[in-house]
Design a binder for this molecule. Sequence first.
Ligand SMILES: *Cc1c(COP(=O)(O)O)cnc(C)c1O
Length: 376
Amino acid sequence: MQFRDLKAQYLALKPQIDSAVQSVMDKREFILGKPVDELEEMLAEYTQRKHCITCASGTDALQLSLMAMGVGCGDAVFTSDFTYFASSAAASILGATVVFVDIDSKTFNISPQALELAIEQVIREGILTPKVIIPVDLFGLPAEYSKIIPIAEKYGLKVLEDAAQGFGSSIDKKPACSFGDISATSFFPAKPLGCYGDGGAIFVDDDMLNARLRSLRALGKSPFDKYDNLEIGINSRLDTMQAAILIPKFKALVDFELESVNKIAEYYNQRLCDYVITPYIPCGYISCRAQYTISLADECSRNRVRNALTESKIPSMIYYPKGLHQQKAYENMKLSDELYPNTIHASKTVLSLPIHPYMSEEEVDIISEIIKSNII
Ligand SMILES: *Cc1c(COP(=O)(O)O)cnc(C)c1O
């Protein structure tokens, strides 16, 4: 069994993907070819944004967004403590100080209450300038933007949506990648919309930000002359091959994969809801189900279930085994675990199970039976 079966997807979409790749070979416009423009237009329309700017990875999408927002030394950037390292690394590498915020224990997303307290504390201390909030759409569930955006407005911060796991999700029909001032996503192969290498995209409505991001992804070049540089940018573009592969994969995601993966999640819910805590999807929210993450009673129970799955050759993952504040890279910040009780609890009790649009109900049965018989 596969955690995320990319081979099954390739076999299902082989004619479209193969011909897309062949067409790039035939035309040999390997960088910024026509499929890149086509993809950017399709994704902007789908996410209800005015502009989509593709780039070389989700991490770069975050970093470029922060560069366009002018983030640097002396700025405070607020993000969830319970996420992939890229959410904070993109800010740290620009010299900004990351303020980690505890999560809501039901959604695993940044807690709006804890966020507001963290912003107020930074203001009280008077050392850093609160600049940007990076809410993460963890496991595919969009963050609580109806509370986060008013907090950002109240204190004059910008919002950068980290939708690396959220592409295809929505809140009351408003799609992920449309929340806040800028949104960033990833096309890493295992993400909801993945290419066959690294890739990412940025979504904005503002024309000035669009122009600046297009310049920043090409080393800060002028829109009129490649050899005229306006500022210091990075070299981060999505290559034509990946864009060509993403076009049929995007169509499949929208046409049937989102529906299919949600059906699989529903099968899991039916079988497991009396035994473990199944993913919480608030009313009006749709998740693209980037992960199907259950919570067990305690660490011992989680590890027992995981070992039983491993013995039956069923892959499972612990996303994430620790909070960002516990990473060695941030040890000089000397942050106490006591500030992050919900993150600490989640890191000890969560378990992500195999899920993808090509999974069968029988596979869900097998996994659910193993879990049920190993719960104490
Ligand atoms: C995967 C991921 C990223 C980074 O994307 P890459 O394309 O791997 O650079 C950023 N944030 C989150 C939450 C992610 O899951």
